[in-house]
Design a protein around this ligand. Sequence first.
Ligand code: F6P
Length: 193
Amino acid sequence: PRNIYFSRHGESLYNVMGLLGGDSDLSARGKQYARALPSLVATHIPNHERLTIWTSTKRRTIATAKHLPNKKLAWQALDELEAGRADGLTYNQVEELFPEDFANRDNDKYNYRYQEGESYRDVVARLEPVIMDLERTDDILIIGHQAILRCLYAYFMNYSHERLPYIKIPLHTVIQLSPGPYACEEKRFKVDI
Ligand code: F6P
């Protein structure tokens, strides 16, 4: 494809409380981002009426796409990294309840698998069909989650497994990637809210 567009969902209630995972709705700021998206898309994305929006099956990505008039598709494969027994906890609570796990994750974040949950390596494997579809389709905007977008970004930008789990994917920003023969170019469009 010529350009691929990514955005995290707008700020969620769990983001505000610092909780992992869950299926919370957007915060007031997150809703503002959702309302701002149609004009950002219209301003920066050529042929935006041809765009298809891919979301996860979580409320926060679907709510972020809500005001866009485009076709939409919700993929379970785009759901956030499953934190298993850590789901719904803060990082501090995870450290307290599962100190060994917390240290292991720090040592090898790519391979660490949450108890009853997933690792980044697991997520990369489940994203394979999404990437296959993405490779042969134009005009896709993915509204996703932090860990998921790190994996997709690393795939197109050729980042190592070591760097992947630490890539910064800010909120309220659309990232445009333009794959070329040698490298992938990148632009970012940020909404100030
Ligand atoms: O905090 C938001 C979030 O998407 C969590 O749901 C998820 O567990 C986390 O980010 C992934 O980031 P990290 O792998 O750095 O904890």
